[in-house]
Design a protein around this ligand. Structure first.
Ligand SMILES: [Zn+2]
Length: 279
């Protein structure tokens, strides 16, 4: 009977903990229609920079973090997706984070980030904090003039519409200006696009409270203290810690996650224990 109870407990662990990993939805904004049309009338610099940067961010998410990614588009031609569809894709997938990638126009310089708490859930301080993190990381990593990070209630029928009822922590990043020469040169640079993607993932890591790694550390022993963020092991994770109310914890090991006596994930916390993410 004890053996059977253990099996049941293990099954409950996997069933209940396998659905709460960090899900990063990447929305590279405007695209072309299938016949090459340009429904939003955007510049090639914006359309191509958003997708190239988004794909680089996807690679960072998929390779380094044991997180999951989903994109609203993965092509330029045929990549035009309606505002409502983009947000619905994210919400129905259950995204934890949503980043919409755009480039500015109209004269000006620098980077800016928008958030919208009008009807978002979760809204409030954490949503703003996420947008502020994206802004500061992009300003630093992209070496941009730091224009502003603000709430935006305009253009909700247009590109900002992806934020209005978004269920994830969500923001819209205008990386730089397509019609200002210095900005445009950076937007069209492959190496700068790498830096933009790195800025996004740096901000995600900071907000989530983890440091992703491309290598797999060995056995990880997490003693009895508060657990938050992502813990990755190439072998076994053993813990007697606590996941406190409001905290998110991911335990991602290649061979085993051992939750020893004393371990507790209290109501209001999120625990995701999984096997095989780090090889
Ligand atoms: Zn745009």
């Amino acid at each position: 009977m004890r053996f059977i109870l253990s099996i049941i407990a293990i099954l409950i662990v996997f069933v209940s903990y396998s659905s709460n990993g960090q899900k990063i939805f990447i929305d590279p904004g405007h695209g072309y229609s299938a016949n090459g049309g340009n429904p939003d009338g955007r510049t090639q610099t914006e359309i191509h920079t958003a997708l190239a940067t988004g794909l680089k961010l996807k690679a960072l998410v998929d390779n380094d973090c044991s997180w999951q990614s989903l994109m609203s588009r993965t092509t330029n031609i045929g990549g035009w997706v309606t505002i409502g569809t983009r947000q619905n894709m994210s919400d129905s997938w259950g995204a934890d984070y949503f980043i919409s990638i755009h480039c500015n126009a109209g004269g000006g310089t620098g980077t800016e980030t928008f958030w919208c708490n009008q009807s978002s859930s979760p809204n409030g301080a954490a949503n703003i904090n996420f947008a502020e993190g994206i802004q500061s990381s992009m300003a630093a990593g992209g070496q941009w003039f730091d224009r502003r990070v603000v709430e935006e209630h305009g253009f909700l029928g247009y590109h900002f519409g992806v934020l209005t009822t978004n269920q994830a922590y969500s923001c819209l990043s205008e990386i730089g200006f397509v019609d200002t020469p210095g900005d445009a040169a950076k937007l069209n640079s492959n190496s700068w696009r790498d830096a933009f993607a790195q800025a996004y993932i740096d901000a995600l890591e900071t907000h989530i409270g983890t440091t992703c790694t491309s290598s797999c550390p060995g056995n990880l022993n997490l003693p009895s203290n508060a657990l938050s963020g992502t813990y990755i092991s190439g072998n076994t994770i053993t813990s007697t810690g606590q996941v406190q109310n409001g905290s998110n914890c991911v335990l991602d090991a290649s061979s085993a996650v051992n939750l020893d006596p004393g371990f507790d994930a209290v109501p209001g916390s999120t625990l995701d224990a999984k096997i095989g993410g780090c090889q």
